[in-house]
Design a binder for this molecule. Structure first.
Ligand SMILES: Cc1cc2nc3c(=O)[nH]c(=O)nc-3n(C[C@H](O)[C@H](O)[C@H](O)COP(=O)(O)OP(=O)(O)OC[C@H]3O[C@@H](n4cnc5c(N)ncnc54)[C@H](O)[C@@H]3O)c2cc1C
Length: 445
């Protein structure tokens, strides 16, 4: 066990009070405590420690190689630089991450795979990704990793600023861990946010997810992911590491009872009816069907001083868009960039942390709002119809829509006057190009 963990055993009895007013034993102050060792917690811990800032990571699960099974693990092109910053871009590819771009089926036809140059998505199962990322974090000098340790309370000083946490550990017992900055990286249900009294804004999601894995799908392109926008259902085909392919469905919630009664029959019936469907009858299914119905979108913005949130704890998006992993590590990177100088200078970086939350939300709020609208599973609004149909007919429109869906551009490009005019003229040109109706057809109309 690392020296700093041994220090925790000494429990130096510093005094602080939790919300219930109880005094507890506490360990020496570490600068940053990160709660949660999944994607965003590992990224934040590694990046703080690399700046020379001591970090203690508290993770309730163990052993160290656990992973998140409920995830379809599409890694968006917008996060490639963040993976490079973590020195994990090449290791992910070496471990089998599949480079790909995505084709999107709409009722107007396919939005073709974009030529994004060096920019691409990656597909890697969480069973491979999570242990790799966590091992890198644990081996980063300056990180103390406590697994099987749950954050059970948040400590405040008399001004209402967060100054530490209470930890319940299977091996170390119960103790307080004071810190200069507490980072909640503990996912959509964020115990840290709840214990710190942070309100949650929630928007509903009318779809649920059901997915499974296959091998050897006949005639499959291993460098192409596919998405079907069936209105209102959504489906995906993602080639993954180790020759596997994930196929996911996101039907509307009125089908939950049918799926619960017979997942296989419902799943296979919908997949086999997809336009240009993957041949699942000719493939080997290698996993059970996993279902997830808890997928409302969450946002937490009103935080006390001394607390930062990253990843799903800050912003849980609709899984349909495949942004959770990418935005998780990007948020960790942005937090560290803003907060590290203050921590290194020896003070709590309140202003910088507030600026991080504001800037991060401002960066993605256009996306977030579109996701929240799409999660209602209503008919596609007219403007979206125009953009998507134009993207099936015009390569430049396809690139614009693909860049937006990949997170490499925002609403400033997608909804610009220039884009909307191009979509409009593409639509008009297309309707003018339609062959004139035959006399018999027009009389039938
Ligand atoms: C059905 C589905 C499909 C998805 N598909 C995709 C996709 O294709 N692409 C994509 O990018 N994202 C996808 N996501 C989202 C993605 O899974 C999450 O966004 C991502 O895992 C968030 O990472 P995180 O580190 O913020 O939180 P989490 O992965 O939720 O990790 C939180 C960690 O905190 C720990 N923890 C919790 N409470 C405590 C506590 N009190 N004390 C100590 N530790 C604690 C947990 O054990 C866990 O390890 C999908 C999600 C769902 C539900």
């Amino acid at each position: 066990m690392k020296a700093s963990v041994a220090m925790l055993h000494q429990k130096t009895h510093q005094s602080s009070v939790n919300r219930s007013g109880a005094h507890q034993k506490s360990a020496p102050k570490t600068q940053v405590v990160v709660v949660g060792a999944s994607v965003s917690g590992c990224a934040a811990a590694m990046l703080f420690a690399r700046q020379g800032i001591p970090v203690t990571v508290i993770e309730k699960r163990h052993p160290k190689d656990f992973y998140k099974p409920i995830c379809t693990h599409y890694i968006q092109p917008c996060s490639l630089n963040a993976w490079r910053e973590l020195d994990l871009y090449e290791p992910l590819l070496e471990a089998g991450a599949v480079k790909n771009t995505i084709g999107i089926w709409t009722k107007w036809g396919w939005i073709p795979k974009a030529d994004l140059g060096d920019v691409h998505a990656m597909n890697m199962r969480r069973v491979t990704l999570d242990p790799l990322l966590r091992a890198k974090m644990i081996n980063t000098p300056g990180v103390t990793y406590l697994d099987g340790a749950r954050c059970s309370a948040v400590q405040f000083d008399s001004s209402g600023a967060v100054v530490g946490v209470t930890v319940e550990s299977g091996t170390l017992g119960s103790f307080e861990l004071p810190c200069t900055l507490l980072v909640g990286a503990d996912g959509r249900e964020s115990a840290v946010a709840e214990l710190a009294g942070v309100p949650t804004e929630e928007s509903p999601n009318q779809r649920f997810s059901c997915f499974t894995f296959f091998r050897n799908i006949p005639n499959e392109s291993r460098s192409t992911s596919r998405m079907w926008m069936l209105e209102p259902y959504i489906a995906y085909q993602f080639p993954n590491d180790d020759g596997t392919t994930l196929i996911a469905l996101m039907p509307t919630k009125d089908r939950i009872a049918d799926f619960k009664a017979d997942r296989a029959a419902c799943f296979r019936q919908i997949v086999k009816a997809l336009p240009d469907a993957p041949d699942i009858d000719g493939a080997e299914q290698i996993a059970d069907y996993l279902m997830n119905t808890k997928n409302s979108m969450l946002l937490r913005r009103k935080l006390p001083r001394g607390l930062a949130l990253v990843g799903d704890a800050f912003m849980t998006t609709d899984p349909l868009h495949g942004f959770g992993i990418s935005w998780g590590i990007i948020s960790a990177s942005e937090l560290v960039r803003r907060a590290a100088p203050g921590l290194l200078a020896g003070h709590r970086p309140d202003r910088e942390v507030a600026a991080y939350h504001q800037a991060r939300y401002a960066e993605v709020k256009g996306h977030f709002k579109i996701m929240a609208d799409m999660a209602l599973a209503k008919p596609m609004p007219v403007m979206q119809q125009m953009l998507f149909s134009a993207a099936t007919r015009d390569p430049e429109m396809s690139a614009i829509v693909q860049r937006f869906l990949a997170g490499t551009s925002g609403t400033s490009e997608l909804l610009s006057l220039r884009t909307l005019l191009r979509a409009f003229t593409t639509t008009v040109r297309h309707s003018l190009r339609r062959p004139p109706l035959m006399a018999s057809e027009s009389s039938n109309a």
